[in-house]
Design a protein. Structure first.
Length: 345
């Protein structure tokens, strides 16, 4: 058939097809794809034109089999429904790309059973290493990964005593700091909106941090007005309204993240409560939503991009055979904006 290059393997173009179309050897095509700086420009342009015209894609599976590496990193995050993990994951991917690694992302919807399924699927697909969020999961999952020699790094949490290395921050200490600021301003009736804590060690630690600050200041930790709910703006709105119906009513509501806090801010406005004159509200994470909220949200700033970038570097080192990877603790700080002030007189 005139004007068409014959192909092997049905309609899938091969390296030999590209070489024939560009009138070069298969070795030259391979060099153009792998080390283009070693090929003269005219030849490189001709080969790449043939690649594009034929729609050729390198045989990834064959390469991976030969190298015993797929150059793929798996990451499982709890949710894609808001921006909590977006900034860190973006930096993680950018850093991996610099080393020629590809990122595969899955979302577990905060379900341990789904996360386990995704871990096993990523390993079956040849992921060289995994990034997981938080330490809490069934120990047999770590046993499964150890037996298959798959390096694992934990992010968004820091625990130097854990069996797996981590990069993140001390959620408990970070939340204790912002609770301490609120208490120092005079707040003693404290409410909290938290994610469900049963399978979420970050949420557990943040609530524990509020109670630590209460105990350190002579308040009764068990008197914390706490409601758990899945992360969403709408749930933040709903739960805040419930807290405001309590007697005594909390004068400050400390939220487990910025998404819940923005929902609380919206409901405060809806029911006619002034922030900070009638009630104070704080968040955690300092995602972009916090600075554009009305009023701008006082929150705990987490260095998401630093965490993502450094997580990639740690995993690359682990893949390179670094046997002992020390956990890395990152600093957080409080961003005082417009939602935390003294309690009503």
């Amino acid at each position: 058939m005139h004007g068409k290059t014959s192909r092997t393997q049905g309609n899938i173009p091969t390296l030999a097809d590209v070489a024939k179309h560009a009138r070069v050897s298969t070795a030259t095509v391979s060099r153009c794809l792998n080390t283009p700086d070693r090929v003269v420009e005219e030849t490189r342009k001709r080969v790449m034109a043939a690649v594009n015209e034929l729609g050729y894609s390198p045989n990834f599976s064959a390469r991976a089999l030969a190298a015993r590496r797929t150059n793929t990193i798996g990451a499982i995050i709890p949710t894609m429904e808001n921006a909590i993990f977006a900034r860190g994951l973006q930096a993680f991917q950018e850093e991996l790309r610099q080393s020629g690694l590809t990122l595969l992302v899955a979302s577990s919807s905060y379900r341990p059973d789904l996360e386990e399924e995704q871990i096993r699927t990523l390993v079956a697909r040849g992921a060289d290493a995994l990034l997981l969020i938080g330490h809490h999961r069934d120990p047999r999952i770590y046993d499964f990964l150890d037996k298959r020699g798959v390096p694992v790094l934990i992010a968004w949490a820091y625990d130097e005593k854990a069996t797996k290395p981590s990069i993140g921050f001390d959620n408990r200490a970070a939340m204790a700091k912002i609770a301490q600021v609120a208490i120092a301003m005079g707040h003693s009736e404290i409410g909290a909106i938290s994610a469900e804590r049963a399978d979420n060690d970050r949420a557990r630690d943040r609530v524990a941090g509020i109670r630590d600050a209460m105990a350190a200041n002579g308040l009764v930790p068990d008197e914390l007005a706490l409601i758990e709910t899945p992360y969403s703006i709408e749930n933040g709105r709903r739960v805040f309204r419930q807290l405001m119906a309590l007697s005594p009513r909390p004068t400050v509501v400390i939220c487990g993240n910025d998404v819940l806090a923005v929902g609380a801010l919206q409901m405060a406005d809806e029911i006619g409560l002034r922030v900070t004159q009638d009630v104070s509200i704080t968040g955690f994470d300092d995602i972009e939503l916090a600075s554009v909220a009305h009023p701008p949200l006082t929150t705990v700033h987490v260095p998401h991009r630093d965490m993502g970038r450094d997580a990639a570097r740690l995993l690359i080192n682990m893949l390179g055979g670094q046997s002992q990877t020390a956990s890395v603790e990152l600093a957080t700080d409080i961003r005082m904006r417009g939602t935390l002030g003294p309690p009503p007189a």
